[in-house]
Design a protein around this ligand. Structure first.
Ligand code: HAS
Ligand code: CU
Length: 549
């Protein structure tokens, strides 16, 4: 059925625009990565960038907001538009609704970018009060989030229309998992919606005198933790639902794949306090509960590791791989899309181990606010996620444009460059973090650098330089592909993996929304309700805004 379905030129263009804005944001945001890495290695280039970019903190904010918030949201909503419609083999039910959502996101992006570029919002991507940005920064972020909700509503209408005509049929996996990702996101973002609309926006407009930094952090991490799974799950959709096909195999278990996604819906939100282990305003018992729940959300990632490796092993053996590990060599390492995703998943093993370390309440006290944490999140969001998105775009852009990928060999090399740069960079960041180097700090300017940090900080700079090459090689390859005048035409099929067992045999309870939604809301109420009530009842809007940059 899927093979015969084709997206319309209009739909392809619509998805393509998501990628244009996403990759544009990524290519601007990534300029600042090497600047920070070089700065750590003792080479401060910011004085040469005056008056264009004022400070390390402005660069760091642009880096975090454009890469982690903007690139991801645009890429993901575009990719999910494809997985929802192609999986359900039907166009969007209300394409105009989705278009409204998309253009809201674009207006939001511009509204956020202006104060950022004018150095009026150098508050980092977590925008903790009492640091105060220009009001347009908060308004722009709100528009990006609400725009993504509107696109999500468009997905639900499309699904509902499909369901009416397909009673009792298992939702095709790529659409099923996309819908769960969107629902999780809409629940998760209620936190920053409350934070911005009830506090930060009126405060930055001068309508209220003060903010409550503790409550703001609680709201923020209600969204901030599940945000990382909003980034990760689209990569998982590809690892489960597409990569096995690209590697020449099948999805090992449709049921396990669906179970993992339900567990992410259930468990992504109620554990944000693991970012607030050192917050004095949150009682220890609640931190403990969130630590336990964090270990629980480890489970669906372990299910993923098992299922994806099993699917890949099957693919490798189908391709003639022999012996204990021979199947790994037999995988199609010459396919840039596959290589990027395999390398992404390998780096994620280390990112995941780091995550477990962070989640351990007592060990967290050692690594919190150190360079270890950016070491961790570059292995997760900048590797597992970004490399997977790069890999996806190596087939998606040819599919959307009908043009062959420009020099696939270079795309394979690109993935390896990013991989090597990331290993050097992230290892150095972890180690120097353990030695006590703080995060969010222009270390090159600090007078207190101990001798033993220097070698590691140099490795941060070297890794950063290699990643710089990897990033812009990626941007160059996709731009060359998309804007080529005389490219060879491409006939790309969207890779959708078949499951080893007919999904129709997957138990019915793995395709029913109501019980899982009730469980999700209940768990959030238990894990967050009492603390939210307490913090809101004791709200203290006393802190003035500071512009510390
Ligand atoms: Fe995290 C901080 C805990 C996952 C992102 N995390 C952060 C921050 C970011 C971030 C951005 O508990 C910093 C926020 C800030 O600015 O302050 N994290 C975890 C845990 C997990 C985890 C338990 N994080 C992620 C993901 C992210 C991400 C995913 C982005 C996408 N994280 C924390 C904690 C903190 C934190 C604390 C606060 C630290 C502090 O004090 O500030 C888990 O979800 C990880 C589970 C992952 C695994 C790995 C499974 C491996 C797989 C690959 C299989 C391999 C294959 C390869 C298929 C268990 C699935 C086969 C290949 C062949 C060739 C055969
Ligand atoms: Cu987290």
């Amino acid at each position: 059925m899927l093979e015969n379905y084709e997206l319309s030129p209009g739909e392809k263009k619509f998805i393509g625009w998501h990628l244009v804005f996403g990759i544009l944001a990524l290519s601007i945001g990534s300029l600042f990565g090497p600047l920070q890495a070089f700065e750590h290695a003792g080479l401060d280039l910011y004085p040469y960038l005056q008056p264009l970019f004022k400070s390390y903190y402005q660069g760091l904010t642009l880096h975090g907001v454009l890469n982690a918030l903007v690139f991801t949201t645009f890429f993901i909503t575009g990719f999910l538009t494809l997985t929802v419609t192609y999986g359900l083999t039907r166009p969007l039910r209300y394409p105009k609704l989705n278009a409204v959502g998309f253009w809201m996101m674009v207006v939001g992006l511009v509204t956020t970018a202006v104060p950022l570029l004018m150095d009026e919002a150098s508050v980092l991507y977590t925008f903790y009060p009492p640091m105060q940005a220009h009001w347009s920064f908060y308004l722009g972020l709100t528009l990006v989030v609400v725009g993504s909700w509107v696109e999500g509503w468009g997905f639900y209408y499309t699904y509902y229309a499909w369901r009416q005509e397909n009673k009792g049929v298992r939702t095709p996996f790529i659409s099923f998992s996309s819908l769960i990702t969107m629902v999780m996101w809409q629940i998760a973002t209620l936190g920053i919606a409350a934070e911005i609309l009830t506090m930060l926006l009126p405060w930055s407009l001068g309508w209220i005198d003060g903010a409550d930094p503790q409550l703001a952090r609680t709201y923020f991490w209600f969204t901030g933790h599940p945000l990382v799974y909003f980034w990760l799950l689209p990569a998982y959709i590809s690892w489960y639902g597409m990569l096995p096909k690209q590697a020449g195999g099948k999805l090992f278990s449709d049921s396990l794949a669906r179970l993992a996604f339900w567990l992410f819906l259930l468990l992504s939100v109620p554990l944000g306090f693991h970012h607030q282990f050192v917050d004095p305003g949150v009682p220890a018992g609640w931190k403990f509960l969130h630590a336990i729940l964090t270990y629980s959300v480890f489970l669906p990632s372990m299910l993923t590791a098992f299922t994806v490796v099993a699917s890949l092993e099957y693919a490798g053996r189908q391709r003639g791989g022999k012996g204990l590990l021979g199947w790994i060599r037999a995988l199609p390492w010459d396919d840039p899309s596959v290589t990027a995703q395999l390398l992404a998943a390998i780096l994620f093993v280390f990112g995941g181990i780091g995550g477990l370390t962070n989640a351990s309440y007592n060990v967290n006290l050692v690594i919190h606010n150190t360079a270890w944490v950016p070491g961790h999140f570059h292995l997760t969001v900048a590797s597992a996620v970004t490399m997977s998105f790069m890999g996806i775009s190596y087939w998606l852009i040819p599919y959307l444009t009908g043009k062959k990928l420009w020099k696939p060999k270079w795309a394979v090399i690109q993935s390896w460059i990013w991989f090597v740069g990331m290993i050097i960079f992230s290892n150095a960041m972890h180690v120097v973090g353990l030695l006590g180097a703080p995060r969010r700090t222009p270390l090159g300017l600090a007078p207190y650098i101990p001798e033993e940090w220097n070698g590691h900080l140099l490795r941060v700079g070297i890794g950063g330089a290699i990643m710089f090459v990897g990033m812009y090689l990626y941007v160059f390859i996709v731009a060359k592909t998309a804007f080529a005048k005389h490219a060879e035409p491409a006939t790309v099929e969207i890779p959708v993996a078949e499951a080893m067992h007919d999904p129709q045999e997957t138990p019915d309870w793995l395709d029913r929304w109501v019980p899982w939604l009730i469980g999700t809301v209940a768990l959030i109420l238990v894990a967050y309700g009492p603390q939210l009530i307490d913090q809101i009842a004791n709200i203290s809007l006393t802190s003035p805004g500071f512009k510390v940059w």
